[in-house]
Design a protein around this ligand. Structure first.
Ligand SMILES: Cc1ncc(COP(=O)(O)O)c(C=O)c1O
Length: 350
């Protein structure tokens, strides 16, 4: 606290990201990164951008990337927004779309950045309880709201809301924006982008940090009606004209263009997830059904915080949230088969 701060700064409760340890030997299963590297074509495209042209500003509109996303999803470039990680895209959406004199609704267990953005932008919100099986109950969202946001699959549970239920949510709140945060959709769900032409109140965000293995590059996208995209563009152009640098634009576009590599590596993660689920169940864990690149699991006879600490002693890090309802769960990112084996071996001894 300092006299130089604007008054609201002292009340901010910032987001706490998962640990990025400096030790390289650890089996790092705590922040849902992809165990496989990005597309070699994306790496080559980024390397080709490291040249004299870096003295010039990048394209403020990232047209090449928007075109690659539009081609991939069969939409118009006017329906696409891109930003510095989906966190930035989400921030602009909170700022530009969710202030309408009623609360924003999101699940009681979901991405912990949502209440942080509400704090930053002064947005009123209500958390809607997931049911006993940690699923979203669509009927619970039929109440006055300034918008609805949820991750699909949900984080940190990994549970998927089927597309027909997403559509019911959209129909239930036609006068407010429904934002589907699809950070993990490529690991087992169907994207709601298929619905954007039908529902002008639908905004879908995705990230290149997970299924396209570019967490270090910081690129996220949004797809929706051009009017929603224009709101995001207005905010972006009032904040930072160049959120994506030349390297990010080239690498992200190439990653969207390399479908084969993307599909192959997603399938590898999905196959490994099924093996991890079986391994955990074999050790007595209860595992929620996951459509993501992580699983959410609890052991009826073992304390989650102690398990996380025991794993850490053996060089395996997973995520544990000291939060009501989920304090006995561990969120475990799917790694390579070797990493997954190391996790199961370490758990066997605890
Ligand atoms: C649900 C959800 N949304 C958004 C993000 C942000 O992703 P990024 O800013 O890396 O694009 C994450 C990251 O973990 C997430 O879990």
């Amino acid at each position: 606290m300092s006299k130089f701060w604007s008054p609201f700064v002292k009340d901010l409760v910032p987001y706490v990201p998962g640990e990025q340890p400096k030790l390289s030997k650890l089996v790092k299963l705590n922040t849902n990164e992809n165990p496989y590297g990005p597309s070699p074509k994306a790496v080559a495209a980024m390397q080709a951008e490291v040249n004299d042209n870096l003295r010039l500003y990048p394209d403020p509109n990232s047209d090449r990337l928007k075109q690659a996303v539009a081609d991939y999803y069969g939409v118009q470039t006017s329906q696409v927004f891109v930003g510095n990680g989906s966190d930035e895209v989400l921030a602009h959406a909170f700022h530009g779309l969710f202030q309408h004199g009623a609360p924003l609704l999101f699940p009681d267990i979901s991405y912990s950045f949502y209440p942080v953005y509400c704090g930053l932008y002064g947005i009123e919100y209500q958390q809607v309880a997931l049911d006993e099986q940690f699923q979203i109950r669509v009927e619970d969202y039929a109440r006055p709201n300034a918008g609805i946001i949820f991750p699909n699959p949900n984080a940190p549970t990994g549970c998927l809301l089927p597309l027909d239920a997403v559509e019911r949510l959209l129909q239930g709140s036609p006068d407010s924006v429904v934002l589907v945060d699809e950070a993990y959709i490529d690991f087992g769900g169907q994207t709601a982008i298929a619905l954007v032409d039908k529902y002008p109140n639908l905004l879908v965000t995705q990230t290149l940090s997970k299924s396209r293995s570019l967490a270090g590059l910081r690129v996220g996208i949004a797809v929706g009606h051009p009017d929603l995209i224009e709101a995001l563009e207005r905010i972006k152009n009032s904040f930072n004209s160049y959120p994506l640098d030349r390297i990010a634009i080239a690498g992200a576009a190439a990653a969207f263009e390399d479908r084969d590599y993307f599909e192959k590596t997603c399938q590898q993660v999905i196959d490994s997830r099924e093996a991890v689920v079986a391994g955990l169940q074999g050790l007595g864990f209860e595992v929620l059904p996951s459509a993501a690149n992580f699983v959410f699991a609890r052991h009826p006879g073992k304390d989650a915080a102690e398990l996380a600490a025991g794993l850490r002693e053996q060089g395996v890090i997973v995520r544990h949230f000291k939060q009501q309802r989920i304090a006995q769960f561990l969120r475990i990112t799917i790694g390579t088969p070797e990493q997954n084996q190391a996790l199961l071996d370490a758990l066997r001894g605890l």
